[in-house]
Ligand binder design. Structure first.
Ligand SMILES: [Mg+2]
Length: 199
């Protein structure tokens, strides 16, 4: 079948993860927070953050600034943003693929960090739309977000490829009929897309 659209995960694919375990551990250590207290609060707040029902300021108020600190919310936000780094080879491949394919983001992220990452790394220069959990109110690996993205992009499942670094998210994409590529690195992705006839 002809491939008509590519759907990209962002964290762990085009960029480093946004606010995953490793990034949280790094920032929590830097600010000398109690990792277990932070972890408990994060677990309760993050689904609301990523579904767009809580902004970053509210998330930080619940997880960090519920008690006096010797640093400010701006300091903490800056540290959260600084751990986002680009995967340069994959970004270059994506820009090249964007000249031949319709391409969209399909990712889980909170609104503030997502906007920072899109703007900082120019992801809107080659992605035509952002089907992101914070805008759609649903998250991967739930099938609803894949179906919504397919409907909004108006593409048949079999003509769409999901590129994601998590096996569970790729499996969920396949469960709604999409093609799936489990991302490892730029070279492997190029080869996998070529095998699907999408290079
Ligand atoms: Mg990912």
């Amino acid at each position: 079948m002809t491939i008509r659209a590519l759907f990209w995960d962002i964290g762990g694919v085009l960029l480093t993860n946004g606010w995953d375990r490793e990034q949280r551990a790094e920032v929590v250590t830097r600010f000398g927070l109690d990792a277990s207290a932070f972890g408990e609060r994060h677990k309760l707040a993050v689904p609301e953050l990523e579904r767009g029902r809580m902004v970053l300021g509210e998330y930080m108020a619940q997880t960090v600034f519920y008690t006096p600190r010797d640093f400010t919310p701006d300091d903490f936000r800056a540290a959260m943003e600084a751990v986002s780094q680009p995967h340069l080879e994959t970004l270059a491949l994506a820009r090249e693929l964007g000249t031949r394919h319709r391409m969209y983001a399909l990712n889980n992220e909170g609104r503030d960090l997502n906007e920072y990452r899109v703007r900082t790394y120019g992801l809107n220069q080659f992605l035509l739309g952002f089907f992101t959990s914070c805008y759609l109110g649903v998250m991967k690996p739930g099938p609803a977000i894949y179906r919504l993205a397919l409907d909004l992009a108006h593409v048949r499942p079999g003509e769409a490829v999901m590129i994601d670094d998590r096996a569970q998210n790729v499996e969920a994409a396949r469960s709604v009929g999409m093609q799936g590529v489990l991302y490892e690195n730029a070279a492997q992705l190029r080869k996998a897309l070529a095998e699907l006839g999408a290079e």
